[in-house]
Design a protein around this ligand. Structure first.
Ligand code: UD1
Ligand code: UDP
Length: 360
C-alpha cells in the first residue's frame, strides 16, 4: 500500500510520529509538509526529536488568510497526488492543512483516512469546526478517538468506514514522556526556567477566538494569571506573541514567565510537572488529563467533553474573575477517572492495521 500523509501544524507532527512508526514496516508512506508551521520551534524541532520521516515534499505555503492558505495548499497537494498516485491519503485533526489534503484527494477519487474524526465543538464560527465537519464528510475511513466522536458522526448520518481506535495522542504521551524523563538535557528544563515540579502553572494561548479579542482579551487573561499564587510558565505561540509582549509592556505581569515555544519532550515534562494547566489548546487539555494534572480551559466549549468529568477540566470565560475563580477553587474528583475514554494507548497500531486491511 502506498500512502500520502499530509501534515502542516505542530499537533499534526506529534500525531503523525506515532502513526508513522506503526505504519513503517507495512507500507510506503510519502510525508508531505504543507509548510503551514515553519519556525524551527513550531516545526523542525518535532522532526528532530520524534523520529518522524523527513517530508519528501515541503510545499512552503506558510501563513496567510484562510482562503489563500487553504487554496495554495489545495493546488500544491493536487500536484503531489497526481505525481505520487497513492492508494490512500492520510490526514490528522482539523487544521487548514487537513481540509486542503482531504479536498484535493477526494476530488481525485483517492480515499481519505481521517485520524481524529468526529470531534465537534458545535461552534461553526471556529475554522477548526468547519475543517472537521467538511473533512469527515469526504473521508472514507474515519478513525475516532472516542465513543463520543463516533456518536457525533452518527448524528450527521456518517456511519460507514467509522471505527473507534482510541486517541493517538495518548499513545504519544505514553511513549514520549518516558523518553523525555530519561533525557537529562530535556529534564534540565525545570532548572533552566528556575521552577520546581508542582511549584508552577503552565499556560498556552493561540486560538483565533482568544486573539480575535485583541490586547484587551489578553490583558484580562494575564490579570488573572498575575494573581495566581504560583508563577505561570507560558510558552507563547507565534500567533499570540505580539499581543503578549504588548500586554507585558503595559502592565508588567511579573508572575508570568513568557518563553519561546518548546519542543514536545520539554512540553511533556512541563505539563507533567505543572500544578495546573490553563489553556485554549485542544491537545494540551487532553495531555493534562492523561497526566492527571487539573486543567482550566479558556474557552466557551470543548470538543473533549470526557475531560470535564469530575472537574479535571473546567471551562472558563475569558474574564479575569472567572479564570481566577476556576483556577483557585476547582477541586478535581480522583474517583471520576475510570474507564479510559481515550483508549488503551495502542490507537496507532489499530489505525495501521485497519488501513492495511481496508486497502488489501
Ligand atoms: C493552526 C490551526 C489550529 C491549531 C494550531 C496548532 C488552522 C485554521 N488553525 O492555528 O487549529 O490549533 O495551528 O498550533 O489551521 N506563525 C508564525 N510561525 C509559524 C506559524 C505561524 O509566526 O511557524 C504565525 C503567523 O503570524 C500566522 C499565525 O501564527 O499568521 C497563525 O498561524 P496559522 O497556521 O494560520 O494558525 P495557528 O494559529 O497556528
Ligand atoms: N506543544 C509543544 N510545545 C509548546 C506548546 C505546545 O510541543 O510550546 C504541544 C502540546 O504538548 C500538544 C500540542 O503541541 O501536544 C498542541 O498543539 P497546539 O496547542 O498548538 O494545537 P491544538 O492541539 O490546539 O490544535
Amino acid at each position: 500500500m502506498k500512502l500520502v500523509t499530509i501534515v502542516g501544524a505542530r499537533p499534526q507532527f506529534i500525531k503523525a510520529s506515532v502513526v508513522s512508526a506503526a505504519l513503517a514496516h507495512s507500507c510506503e508512506e510519502v510525508m508531505v509538509h504543507t509548510g503551514q508551521h515553519y519556525d524551527h520551534n513550531m516545526s523542525d524541532v518535532f522532526f528532530e526529536e520524534l523520529g518522524i520521516p523527513r517530508p519528501k515534499y515541503n510545499l512552503g505555503v506558510g501563513s496567510g488568510s484562510h482562503g489563500k492558505q487553504t487554496g495554495e495548499m489545495l493546488m500544491k497537494i493536487e500536484e503531489v497526488l497526481l505525481e505520487e498516485k497513492p492508494d490512500v491519503l492520510l490526514v490528522y485533526g482539523d487544521t487548514n492543512s487537513t481540509l486542503a489534503g482531504a479536498l484535493a484527494a477526494s476530488k481525485l477519487h483517492i480515499p481519505v483516512a481521517h485520524v481524529e474524526a468526529g470531534l465537534r465543538s458545535y461552534n461553526r464560527r471556529m475554522p477548526e469546526e468547519q475543517n472537521r465537519v467538511l473533512t469527515d464528510h469526504i473521508s472514507s475511513w474515519l478513525f475516532c478517538p472516542t465513543q463520543t466522536a463516533a456518536d457525533n458522526l452518527k448524528k450527521e448520518g456518517v456511519e460507514q468506514g467509522v471505527s473507534i481506535t482510541g486517541d493517538v495522542m495518548l499513545d504519544s504521551v505514553l511513549h514520549f514522556l518516558k523518553v523525555a524523563k530519561e533525557n537529562p538535557e530535556k529534564s534540565a528544563i525545570y532548572d533552566r526556567l528556575g521552577i520546581t515540579p508542582k511549584g508552577y502553572r503552565l499556560a498556552t494561548l493561540h486560538r483565533a477566538e482568544t486573539t480575535d479579542g485583541g490586547l484587551e482579551a489578553v490583558l484580562r487573561i494575564f490579570r488573572a494569571f498575575e494573581q495566581l499564587p504560583q508563577p505561570v510558565v507560558l510558552p507563547i505561540h507565534p500567533r499570540t506573541r505580539k499581543l503578549a509582549e504588548e500586554a507585558i509592556q503595559q502592565e508588567g505581569f511579573g508572575n508570568i514567565q513568557l518563553i519561546d515555544p518548546v519542543g514536545y519532550l520539554e512540553m511533556l515534562l512541563l505539563t507533567s510537572g505543572a500544578n495546573q494547566v490553563l489553556t485554549d489548546s485542544g491537545g494540551l487539555q487532553k495531555e493534562a488529563w492523561f497526566m492527571e494534572v487539573p486543567c482550566v480551559t479558556l474557552r466557551q466549549e470543548t470538543e473533549w467533553v470526557e475531560t470535564l468529568t469530575g472537574s479535571w477540566n473546567v471551562l472558563s470565560q475569558l474574564e479575569t474573575e472567572d479564570i481566577l475563580q476556576k483556577a483557585l477553587h476547582t477541586i478535581p474528583d480522583p474517583s471520576a477517572r475510570g474507564l479510559m475514554p481515550f483508549g488503551d494507548g495502542h490507537a496507532s497500531e489499530k489505525i495501521a492495521a485497519a488501513l492495511l486491511e481496508q486497502t488489501k
